[in-house]
Design a protein around this ligand. Structure first.
Ligand SMILES: Cc1ncc(COP(=O)(O)O)c(C=O)c1O
Length: 386
């Protein structure tokens, strides 16, 4: 069977290929430690599980749900945005529940992009932006993030290009994979650029609670709702990646436009999940502090591991990963990652999979218990001794 032409523009996800290789290695007894994948290993709060159990035991909660989600969940999202980001959202019109923020990326691309349009994507950045843009037939045009521009879009450079076909700009701070934190000054520049060029900004914000004192939303910038859509998620902040609970926040018109597409894709979200997620969003400071304490101690181990590899890194990074520069003796992050995989049976993500500006970097995930980091360090030390 011939697949559609649009699929020819996208490749199999690097991780799915690499995981097959790791499976093969494990079948040979190598017991590879995977420090690559960003799925939180810790459980959600017990109260959240309790609500899921209680609500799913009720007989009347198993039917199709509204495309716009339960009012109870949207109100919880509005309360969460007010409490943590100081952003006012109308729960009736400015919040759209999503099955994880990832699906929102596709909905936005399908709603706004036609063949011939252009969307700007970060290099390095989350590969889903570019693949979803390409699936619509539009062009994903990278803008560079690097040490020289402090991992922030260089709008003067971007403005040298012909922007007449550009409809969307994807941004993501806390940035994945570089760990660059959000700041109000950066967000103001992004909004000013979007206003000047009438471009819709898509801000992907799933990491704002991880190793970060002050979560920030792009929507906190005055005028943002006219030119921006934000995606957020409980995957990382509440250890609920597999639950697929996320949301889109935007002005009413944007939500209505995107819902026109989305309502043709799915038939709402399981009510007990929405009840439980609403409970998760009421968790206080202690929840995030406790989680961050665990990530902090893992981060110390990751620093130790990176020191053994001779990598350099910025300690002001936020989010669920550590981004580190590969030492000069390696051609790039791919070479270092393969070296570590084949000699030490430890998998580390090469930065190049997030775009060419990441070629000389690697990314290590903070997901996984302390022991896995200690075992990885011991394996690296053993190889060094040989
Ligand atoms: C930058 C970025 N955006 C979005 C997502 C998707 O998150 P969700 O689980 O909410 O779909 C990820 C997941 O790894 C991510 O790294």
């Amino acid at each position: 069977m011939q697949v559609a032409k649009r699929l020819q523009a996208v490749e199999e996800y690097y991780f799915s290929k690499k995981l097959r290789e790791i499976d093969e290695m494990n079948k040979q007894g190598k017991n590879v430690i995977n420090l690559g994948i960003g799925s939180p290993d810790l459980p959600p709060h017990p109260e959240v599980i309790k609500v899921l159990n209680e609500v799913s035991a009720q007989p009347e909660v198993h039917g199709y749900q509204s495309y716009k989600g339960l009012p109870l969940f949207r109100e919880a999202v509005a309360g969460w945005y007010k409490k943590w980001y100081d952003v006012e959202l109308d729960p009736a019109t400015e919040i759209l529940p999503l099955m994880g923020s990832k699906e929102g990326i596709m909905h936005i691309c399908m709603t706004y992009l036609d063949e011939g349009d252009v969307a700007l994507v970060p290099n390095p950045g989350y590969p889903t932006y570019a693949s979803n843009i390409k699936l619509t037939g539009a062009e994903a045009r990278p803008y560079n993030l690097n040490e020289a521009n402090n991992w922030s879009p260089d709008f003067e450079e971007i403005e040298q290009q012909d922007l007449s076909k550009v409809k969307l700009l994807f941004v993501n701070y806390t940035q994945m994979p570089t760990g660059k934190a959000a700041s109000t000054a950066l967000f103001e520049k992004i909004i000013a650029f979007a206003q000047k060029h009438a471009i819709l900004v898509v801000h992907d914000n799933p990491y704002s609670f991880i190793l970060n004192e002050k979560p920030l939303s792009l929507l906190s910038i005055p005028g943002a709702k006219e030119v921006a859509v934000e995606l957020n998620s409980l995957s990382k902040s509440h250890n609920m990646a597999g639950w697929r609970m996320g949301m889109m926040l935007a002005g009413r018109q944007r939500i209505d436009e995107i819902l026109r597409f989305k309502s043709n894709m799915d038939s709402g979200m399981f009510a007990p999940l929405q009840h439980a997620a609403a409970r998760a969003l009421t968790l206080g400071k202690e929840w995030h502090e406790e989680l961050n304490k665990i990530y902090e101690s893992r981060r110390e181990k990751v620093y130790e591991l990176l020191n053994l590899l001779g990598c350099s890194y910025d300690k002001t990074q936020t989010g669920l990963f550590i981004w580190a520069k590969v030492p000069g003796e390696y051609a790039d992050g791919y070479q270092l990652a393969d070296d570590v995989l084949y000699k030490s049976n430890v998998f580390i993500t090469p930065g190049g999979i997030f775009g060419s500006e990441g070629n000389n970097y690697i990314r290590i995930s903070l997901c996984g218990n302390q022991q896995r980091f200690e075992d990885s360090i011991a394996r690296l030390k053993n190889v060094n001794k040989e």
